[in-house]
Design a protein around this ligand. Structure first.
Ligand SMILES: O=P(O)(O)OC[C@H]1O[C@H](O[C@H]2O[C@H](CO)[C@@H](O)[C@H](O)[C@H]2O)[C@H](O)[C@@H](O)[C@@H]1O
Length: 316
C-alpha cells in the first residue's frame, strides 16, 4: 500500500524528502541532485521542492484516473506506433481546447502559435474544428482556410473550398464564402433557424418558460452555458461521422480519427470513436472527470505541444 502511494506521488511530481536519501529534483540547477547527508547540509532546497509526508486520498484518486486516461504527450510514441500506416483525421474542439477558458466568450482568442500549429496539422491530415459556437464565430477566431468547420455542435458544417464532393445529401447546399470561394454547407437543423432567431432574446431571459412553448427544442448545459437545441439526434458525434463519410472514410478500416475536446458535449464524439474501435479520444482536463476518452491533456498548452509533435511526426 505504502509503495503504491509512493509510486502515485512520484508520478504526480511529488517526492518525499529526507536528508540522508538520494534526491533528484525538477530544478534545472545541477545542485538539485543531492547525495547523502554531507551534501544536503551544503545545498539549500530548491524552491520547487515539495516536502510532504503522504499523498492524500485525492492525489491517489487522481493518479488512478491518470493511469486510466494517460497523458497523450507521455503516450505519444505508443499512440503513433498504432497510427503507423493509418490515415489520421484530426478533430478539435474550440473553447477550452484551442483557446483557454475566459470569462467573456467574445474574448476567447486562440494564440498565433496555436493557429500555426493547427495550420501545420491541417497540412498533413484532414482537420475539422467541431464547436458549440456558431460556425461564423469559430471561423472568426481560427481564420484558417484549409480546415472543416462544424459549428452549433456539428449542426452547421462547412467544407473548405475545393475539398468537398456534392452528393445527394438532403441538407447539403453550395454556398460562397466571404472570399468568394465555393464551399459546401451542411445544416441538418436549418428548418429550425427562424424559430431560434425569433425567440433568441426572450430565451436569454426566460429560458425554461420559452422551452415550455417549444417542445421541439431542449435545453443542454455546457460550462456556464445554457443552450437551446433542436430535439433531433444530432451532436458532435454525428458531425464526426458525417465528416469521416464526407472525406471518404465511412467504411475505411485504416482511418484513425483523433478527437481532442474538453467539455461534456465532446463526449458524444468520444463515444463514436470508442464504438468504431479506431482512433484516439483525448480529454482536455486538469481535473479527474468521468469521461469516455482514453487519453488526457491538461490544458490548451499541452494541446499545442501535442499538435506540434503530431505535425512533426508526419514530416519525419
Ligand atoms: O464546443 P466548444 O468549442 O468547446 O464551445 C462550447 C461553448 O464555448 C463557449 O463557452 C465556453 O467558453 C467561454 C470562453 O472561454 C466561457 O466563458 C464559457 O464559460 C464556456 O462555456 C461559448 O460561449 C458557448 O456558446 C459554446 O457552446
Amino acid at each position: 500500500m505504502r509503495n503504491n502511494l509512493l509510486k502515485g506521488s512520484n508520478a504526480l511530481g511529488i517526492f518525499k524528502y529526507s536528508s540522508n536519501q538520494r534526491r533528484i529534483g525538477f530544478a534545472s540547477n545541477a545542485q538539485s541532485e543531492i547525495i547523502g547527508n554531507r551534501a544536503s547540509a551544503m545545498v539549500r532546497p530548491e524552491p520547487c521542492d515539495q516536502i510532504i509526508t503522504e499523498p492524500n486520498a485525492q492525489d491517489v484518486e487522481h493518479q488512478a484516473w491518470l493511469n486510466d486516461h494517460p497523458s497523450a504527450l507521455r503516450s505519444f510514441e505508443g499512440m503513433m506506433s498504432i497510427a503507423k500506416g493509418k490515415k489520421i483525421v484530426m478533430f478539435l474542439d474550440y473553447d477550452g481546447t484551442l483557446s483557454p477558458i475566459v470569462d467573456d466568450p467574445e474574448l476567447a482568442f486562440m494564440s498565433d502559435t496555436m493557429r500555426s500549429a493547427v495550420r501545420e496539422v491541417a497540412k498533413n491530415y484532414p482537420t475539422a474544428i467541431i464547436s458549440g459556437r456558431s460556425r461564423d464565430k469559430v471561423y472568426e477566431f481560427v481564420q484558417l482556410n484549409d480546415v472543416y468547420y462544424a459549428g452549433s455542435h456539428g449542426m452547421d458544417i462547412m467544407a473548405p473550398p475545393g475539398r468537398h464532393k456534392f452528393g445527394e445529401t438532403k441538407y447539403q447546399r453550395r454556398a460562397v464564402d466571404k472570399k468568394g470561394n465555393e464551399v459546401m454547407i451542411f445544416q441538418p437543423a436549418k428548418e429550425f433557424l427562424p424559430e431560434i432567431l425569433e425567440d433568441y432574446s426572450l430565451v436569454e431571459k426566460k429560458v425554461l418558460s420559452v422551452l415550455g412553448r417549444h417542445s421541439r427544442f431542449h435545453l443542454t448545459r455546457g460550462r456556464k452555458v445554457l443552450e437551446i437545441r433542436p430535439s433531433i439526434k444530432w451532436n458532435k458525434g454525428n458531425a464526426l461521422e458525417y465528416l469521416l463519410e464526407t472525406l471518404g472514410f465511412a467504411e475505411s478500416s485504416d482511418v484513425l480519427p483523433i478527437y481532442v475536446g474538453d467539455d461534456v458535449t465532446d463526449e458524444d464524439a468520444f463515444k463514436v470513436i470508442q464504438r468504431r474501435g479506431q482512433g484516439f479520444p483525448i480529454l482536455v482536463s486538469r481535473k479527474l472527470k468521468a469521461t469516455r476518452a482514453s487519453y488526457s491533456l491538461r490544458d490548451p498548452s499541452e494541446v499545442l505541444s501535442f499538435l506540434l509533435r503530431l505535425a512533426r511526426w508526419r514530416r519525419n
